[in-house]
Write a protein of this length. Structure first.
Length: 222
């Protein structure tokens, strides 16, 4: 099921890349910026008033950012665009948002479409950054995996901290109840004090209280 979801997301991103390359170069640069701004506004408004699963939000984010970045790059010169570096950020974003298969196929598709877009006889200038995209994809995947590992570790640490805090609270509650019981015993002995026997019982009870407090303090330091 997980792999099927990754394959379907890859197909969606490939269609997105195809649409961007079909219409990106046909739009004037000024109009492209206006459409990108409008797309952002529609996207954030729709995201605020609609409810989807987290996985649905991630693929929607990927589609919107891919469309905007690719259309900006294509409308401003393609591989020779001063905004071509945004494609690198797009690959890193995809590696953080989606399955590694999705970011890998999308990265290779973007590079392939850019190569088809290069005019025959062109210099190596615009080709070099295009060829760097497939080589950057594994690094982006590595960074994405490390980021996800760090998130999982933080979740585990937070769970352990919450569990430890809960244990301390429960231990404190138990200790309070036990001490209250011992204090009640001391009060009873003191109210009915008649000799050495009651005094000895009071001493034993106070020693028990001291030991309980010491054990709790040792547990807290550990």
């Amino acid at each position: 099921m997980h792999m099927q979801s990754a394959i379907s997301q890859s197909i969606i991103l490939l269609i997105t890349v195809l649409i961007a390359f079909l219409f990106g170069k046909k739009l004037p640069y000024e109009l492209d910026l206006q459409l990108s701004g409008l797309l952002f506004i529609v996207y954030f408004v729709a995201k605020k008033f609609t409810k989807f699963l987290p996985s649905d939000y991630r693929i929607i984010d990927a589609v919107v950012f891919s469309l905007i970045i690719l259309m900006i790059v294509l409308s401003s010169g393609g591989a020779s665009s001063p905004f071509f570096f945004l494609c690198y950020f797009l690959l890193f974003a995809l590696s953080l948002l989606l399955h590694p298969l999705v970011s890998m196929t999308t990265g290779f598709a973007i590079a392939l479409f850019f190569l088809f877009d290069v005019e025959p006889g062109s210099s190596l200038g615009p080709i070099v950054p295009i060829l760097s995209l497939p080589f950057l994809t594994p690094f982006a995947l590595f960074m994405g995996n490390e980021y996800r590992k760090n998130l999982k570790q933080k979740k585990v640490i937070n769970t352990l901290v919450e569990h430890q805090t809960e244990l301390k609270e429960n231990s404190m509650m138990f200790l309070t109840l036990v001490i209250k019981s011992h204090i009640k015993t001391i009060r009873n002995f003191s109210e009915n004090f008649s000799g050495d026997h009651e005094l000895e019982e009071i001493k034993k009870t106070t020693r028990r209280i001291e030991k309980l407090i010491e054990k709790y303090e040792e547990g807290g330091e550990a």
